[in-house]
Design a protein around this ligand. Structure first.
Ligand SMILES: [Zn+2]
Length: 335
């Protein structure tokens, strides 16, 4: 029954949903990508996840009910035991709790296992991607927000469930307001949502930029990573300025985390990280230079090796862990 060895993986991001079907060797047999709904709350997001998964199944030639299970990497506070997601600020109207796992299990006809999106993506890089040669790792997922995943001595470090929030490391006392409500967080400068808010207010105040023109030309309603990349290519002044600030903030935040953890490698992923790629990883490394304390022993600073699929592959790994009965080191991020 080879079909029983197939697993689904879904990466639920603030901008897009990536769904895949993989075999036992993590080979992708089918995939689909949908934009994340920007309204309609958790129900609308759940419906879109189901649609994306069904489409990936169709491409792989399987029924979702015949999958071993479906793993989901979700933002917010994830309680794996109950399958609930709470306070997912980068998703529409998701301040409270929603039983996402049970809803997906019901619709897809197979068990849905949830994990924290950033830990799941970091775990995928550790097991299958750029982090493979190392025993300690810091994953920095640079996208709508900036998330961090930590692996120490070969094991994910989740703290009491709240570890890895590198986006809310303070890079400027009394600095810019972060989407989390606090001031001076790294994410206030480097998160794509914060950068978009900044770009919109600057644009409304009369600063000229092609960012929103490129967005409209592409039929988008948000400044996606592709929109930022295009604007940089055109040397758009505002886009360049905001990305420069983001890189400075990432350099300070990541270097501070490194001074504390002293990991072997730092892997930069996330929508924006993957889209902007290696030249920007180099720039982040450069921006770390003034802040790294142990200059005699630098960590390797690498681009994520699994590209856009890292989150979905990591989500599919959640299913393997559940099926094999090994304790899931990722996703148990209940507070
Ligand atoms: Zn914050």
């Amino acid at each position: 029954m080879p079909v029983m060895e197939l697993r689904g993986g879904i990466d639920l991001g603030g901008t897009k949903i990536e769904a895949i079907v993989v075999d036992a060797d993590q080979k992708v047999l089918g995939s689909s990508r949908h934009p994340t709904p920007s309204s309609g709350g958790p129900e609308a997001v759940a419906a879109e996840l189901v649609a994306a998964m069904q489409e990936a199944c169709k491409a792989a030639g399987v029924e979702s009910a015949s999958l071993q299970g479906v793993g989901v990497g979700s933002p917010g506070v994830v309680d794996e035991a109950t399958g609930t997601v709470s306070t997912a600020r980068n998703l529409p109207d998701w301040e409270g709790s929603f039983e996402l796992g049970p809803a997906l299990s019901r619709e897809l006809g197979t068990t849905a296992t949830l994990g924290n999106d950033v830990q799941v993506a970091t775990d995928a890089e550790f097991e299958l991607g750029a982090g493979k040669p190392y025993q300690s790792l810091l994953g920095v997922m640079w996208g709508t927000g900036v998330g961090g995943g930590i692996v120490l001595d070969g094991k994910p470090w989740l703290g009491r469930g709240g570890a890895g929030e590198i986006g809310h490391v303070v890079v400027k006392i009394d600095g810019r307001r972060c989407p989390c409500g606090r001031r001076g967080c790294m994410e206030a400068y480097a998160g794509r949502a914060a950068m978009e808010a900044r770009a919109r207010s600057k644009h409304e105040d009369g600063t000229s930029t092609d960012l929103f023109k490129i967005m409209k030309d592409r039929g988008r309603t948000k400044l996606t990573s592709a929109v930022w990349a295009k604007a940089l290519e055109r040397e758009d002044k505002l886009a360049t300025e905001l990305i420069d600030e983001a890189i400075e903030a990432l350099g300070a935040g990541i270097a501070s985390a490194q001074n504390l953890l002293d990991v072997q490698a730092i892997v930069i992923g996330g929508g924006l990280g993957v889209r902007l790629g290696q030249p920007f990883v180099k720039r982040i490394r450069k921006a770390m230079e003034p802040h790294v304390f142990n200059t005699a022993n630098w960590p390797d600073v690498l681009l994520a090796g699994l590209g856009d699929l890292g989150g979905a592959l990591g989500a599919a790994l959640l299913v393997s862990r559940r099926v094999e009965g090994t304790p899931a080191p990722v996703g148990e991020t209940a507070g």
